[in-house]
Design a protein around this ligand. Sequence first.
Ligand SMILES: [Zn+2]
Ligand SMILES: [Zn+2]
Length: 495
Amino acid sequence: MDTTDLSHNLIDAQIPSTTNSDSALSLCPLVIVEGFFGTAGALLWGKFEEYMHLDERDEKSGSTARRQVVFASVGPVSSLHDRACELYYAIKGGVVDYGEAHSSANNHKRFGRDRGAGLYPQWSTTHPIHMLGHSIGGSTIIKLQHMLATGFFPDAHPDMILSISSISSPFRGTQLSYILGERLTSAPSVRPLSLGSLFTKVVHVLSYVSPFLPTWLDFHTESRSMSLYETSVLELCGQLWKSDWAESRDATPFDVTFGAAEEREGEGEGRVWGGTWYRSWAAVCTKKSDDGFAHAPILATLLLPPMYICSKLLASFDYTAVKPTPSFIFANETTPRHTSPNEVIITDESTTTVPPSTIPPNIIPHNTTIPISRSQPEKEDPERAALIPRVLGEEYHANDGVVPLFSQWHPLACSATRCTHEETTLGEKSTADDRGGVPEPGRWHVVTLNDAHHLSLVPLWLKSRRQREFWVEVGGWLRSVEAAAAASERDNAGR
Ligand SMILES: [Zn+2]
Ligand SMILES: [Zn+2]
């Protein structure tokens, strides 16, 4: 492959129809979903692919086939629901349909942009894809899989996604949303004169002049009629005074609050599916103090002053100030110790605070033992204990400058999903095979990356050692998943 040619992975470039025709589980395309305000795709992410494709096995076999990688463009500040709809139609093709009930409840048009033929119109359970998301890109993919599973899209199935990889995704919310502007006690209301409010005004002005903006700065606001062709200056001024969009439940800032994340989990979103492989990369740029769970950003973060300040604010955030109080304040959630990838300790279901009726049937509640001391609710009186805020573990203070560590791991508490946690510095082991043997479907493989912040791996390509090693790992992981899926298919056919 000519590595100087990035034309095939620019935003919304269609995957050649010949791809994946020989074997449905070989070299499945990888679709990348960017994070908040992510619109530039490959222009920013750079030439990572040449590292993703590195594989000795290819050289041995003489194969020159390469996995196709595309960026799917979705609304950079839109809600997870709207982004997931745009993501589905970007891949499958057709006019974006946000759903009749959703659009009328949130006061925007039901139909959006025509995505034409789509990036990969043959997308199905027999032609699945890999998906990778940075920040809310990961949360968007989880939302999409939930919608594939719950009948929102015709003839869809969660197995259409063979693997999900997330990088620093705020699955369970982030306190940064409150720090920047959401009111602690009345989200989605936004504090005036906050950074979040200022940012909202910028988005409205850019959306107003969107017909004149370059294609890489695309806000996907057709359904909201925000351009100068559809709204007056007076109406724009009204929105700058108080934004109907930003101060609604149908926008990114609210979706990353703890309250919104808990609502989604309560509806069954974020459960793991047996036909999908899950991997999350959780970054930490803080260090624990010697005298407790308190965390402070490492000095290297000073090179990015906004990141340093945000990390410090996240580390010292008072979760009890949020109303309604997040349930993890009270829940008897337990922290996994870092295990070898194959080690899982199944515990008594009675230790979980998630009512058995809310646990999806395909999830086996489990947990790993706790390495650090903390106050636990008294077991003798669970009802009383449930009302007493517990001392939160350090995973609630450790963060990557944007998202707390516990939220980057996976949706749902460890006690209500299936997961394996490990730490890495990258480069120590070359491939996913070396790390964990055969990856297991329906289980989150969580990799915690120390001394890394929210933007260390992506999106800006600096060709750093860590970035190069990361993409080599991603390539190896995707191949391992395909090998495991093919083996599973052979097993099933042999029965
Ligand atoms: Zn919407
Ligand atoms: Zn976990």
